[in-house]
Design a protein around this ligand. Structure first.
Ligand code: GLY
Length: 378
């Protein structure tokens, strides 16, 4: 049904991506965004497309979803760059997970074996081989896992491209417009209460990231179990001699914070991230910044000389089991697309394509069945 009216709550990459896919078919789509579009987790992210490096060995269905979304990226990039008439900084140089000194080697080997057990495309490198790929790595790097197919995209460029493509396709965007309530009548969604009054609609998509559980009107039992998980980040300016090409990650258990370094085509080097249960607190802390700098400096000592361009903290929308919440709910025509936690940028294509398909055809594909809300209701 082409002329359905759809309201999407949340103008991050998930809401914009779904909205863009729907608006392109001629559907009537309106996004309500509490702040500026794409300026929350979508902006704070590092843009790593890393199902292998972040492999969830105990969560094979999530790994499968992430791998499927990564496989969609070339098509997604081509379609979005054509519609938005701009590059989104998709880069395919891969990722190195590095171990420092002998202490890390056992743990790195353990991770490598788990990845191999899952059949992932990973390669073991000694320190010299790792430095051949990335000369800026420390001489203390004794081993590395090369995740050749873990890529990256510039998430801030993707936000800009999605906003442009969505609006150019006829999608309506209201920024600084928080939704007060989802209106449900007799188990069917009928509209949303905005700051300017009631807006009726056929379908509501809840894509409000870590704010998803705060929208009133949804019965308590089916509130999405999503909470904010704080990540402190910074960006440095790369200079000659420290022009990193691959994404570099340190091991998870070396210090409280595993650090990643993500080189952008414009010369920025993104360093992240802490993982903190601090509610909606986005203040930077000395400890957080220290952990990032220590981890980055140990892996790539040359960062010591680099200027700091920016510091920030974002809030990941973490669900109870770390996987996204996608698809139908017990309320007719209320669709969830939230809880993407550490992988929102990676999971944007599959979420946008699958949720748009669900709304247009009424059919839930096999791909998203394991990620429906009902897994928490059993
Ligand atoms: N995916 C990286 C992070 O959440 O920090």
């Amino acid at each position: 049904m082409k002329n359905k009216s759809i309201i999407i709550i949340g103008g991050g990459v998930i809401g914009l991506g779904i909205g863009w896919q729907l608006a392109k078919t001629g559907a009537s789509v309106t996004i309500y965004e509490r702040d500026r579009a794409g300026r929350a987790a979508s902006w704070a992210a590092a843009g790593m497309l890393a199902p292998l490096a972040e492999a969830h060995t105990e969560e094979p269905e999530l790994l499968e979803l992430e791998s499927e979304s990564l496989a969609l990226y070339p098509q997604w990039v081509q379609e979005l760059e054509a519609d938005a008439e701009m590059s989104i900084g998709y880069r395919v140089e891969g990722t190195l997970i590095v171990g420092l000194e002998a202490d890390d080697t056992d743990q790195l080997r353990h991770l490598y074996e788990a990845q191999q057990h899952l059949g992932l495309d990973v390669h073991w490198l000694n320190g010299r081989e790792a430095r051949e790929i990335e000369p800026a790595l420390s001489p203390r790097v004794t081993a590395a896992i090369h995740c050749v197919t873990d890529y990256q995209v510039d998430n801030r460029l993707m936000v800009k491209a999605l906003q442009y493509a969505y609006q150019a396709s006829g999608g309506i965007l209201h920024e600084n417009s928080a939704i007060e309530k989802i209106v449900i009548e007799n188990g069917v969604v009928s509209g949303v209460q905005t700051q300017d009054g009631l807006r009726e609609t056929d379908v509501v998509v809840l894509a409000a990231g870590c704010w998803s559980a705060q929208i009133k009107g949804v019965p308590d039992a089916i509130q999405p179990p999503v909470r904010p998980v704080k990540g402190q980040m910074m960006a440095l300016q790369m200079e000659e001699g420290i022009a990193i090409k691959t994404v570099i990650r340190t091991l998870r258990a070396r210090y409280p914070t595993s650090v990643y370094l993500v080189p952008r085509s414009d010369g920025r080097l993104i360093i992240g991230a802490t993982s903190e249960e601090m509610g909606f607190d986005t203040r930077l802390t000395v400890g957080g910044m220290f952990e990032l700098l220590r981890g980055a400096w140990e892996a790539v000592p040359g960062v010591y000389e680099l200027p700091i361009l920016e510091t920030w903290a974002g809030l990941r929308p973490g669900s109870r089991d770390n996987a996204p919440i996608l698809g139908k709910t017990p309320v007719k025509n209320l669709i969830y697309a939230t809880g993407h936690y550490r992988n929102g940028i990676l999971l944007t294509p599959i979420t946008a394509y699958e949720i748009a398909k669900l709304i247009l055809t009424g059919e839930t594909s096999e791909t998203i069945i394991p990620f429906q809300l009902d897994r928490f209701l059993k």
